[in-house]
Write a protein that binds this ligand. Structure first.
Ligand code: DX5
Ligand code: ZN
Length: 216
């Protein structure tokens, strides 16, 4: 089911109240959770792994979109699927053979996405565009929430959309009410939003402002 949809990232939420945060995001009208998994190696930051994904899986029926910012995605793909991931996205920069990785993730019975950082040539995706369900176009360098939007992502969304009319496209990083409309206009389907929701006192208002900006 191909959007458009706003996917909250819990990266900068209150992890001491994770389940309450997820409930607030659900009540705000979001339907899919974006989970940022970092290994302190592919990116210089650490977040969480399977136990948190599994705990979220037991708590909510929201689909879990898991963004693997890790050096060895195949080592954790099956554990992540067993933990409850519905869609697994690996970084093209992390792997030697993206076609092989995409195929092995697909074989686990979940959706597969490939992510690309702003500094990586878009042509690095050419080999695997027909083996993935989604491309995640990063609009910041993967690793941290709260960074500012890199507009190169808009040109990439536009180009991928013109080359693959049916491919699911997701954008992640620096999405707020000023950037979301540009991404939608370029042909994006799924919009990951961290700080523009989580830094607001009122998640419902933040999501409705973003929805309005996306549609306008
Ligand atoms: C960055 C993550 C993003 C990010 C989104 O590595 O993949 O999901 O946390 O947060 P904002 O919207 O604050 O850029
Ligand atoms: Zn992410």
């Amino acid at each position: 089911d191909a959007g458009p949809a706003i996917l909250p990232s819990v990266l900068n939420c209150d992890f001491g109240n994770l389940m309450a945060e997820v409930d607030r995001l659900r009540e705000a009208g979001t339907e899919i959770l974006h989970l940022d998994v970092m290994d302190g190696h592919f990116v210089p930051n650490l977040t969480f792994g399977m136990p948190i994904v599994e705990g979220l899986r037991r708590h909510t029926d929201m689909p879990l979109d898991v963004h693997l910012m890790i050096s060895d995605p195949l080592a954790y793909a099956k554990p992540m699927v067993d933990a409850g991931a519905d869609l697994l996205t690996f970084h093209v920069e992390a792997v030697k053979d993206p076609v092989d990785v995409a195929g092995k993730i697909s074989d686990l019975g979940v959706g597969v996405g490939v992510a690309i950082n702003p500094g990586t040539p878009l042509s690095d995706l050419d080999v695997c565009l027909d083996c993935v369900d989604m491309v995640l176009v990063m609009s910041v360098e993967a690793g941290f929430g709260g960074q500012s939007f890199n507009p190169v992502a808009i040109d990439r969304i536009r180009e991928l959309r013109s080359r693959r009319p049916e491919l699911l496209l997701e954008i992640d990083g620096g999405i707020n009410t000023s950037t979301i409309g540009l991404a939608r206009e370029a042909g994006c389907d799924l919009f990951v939003v961290g700080s523009a929701i989580i830094s607001s006192d009122d998640y419902t208002a933040a999501v409705s402002d973003l929805t309005e900006a996306m549609m306008s």
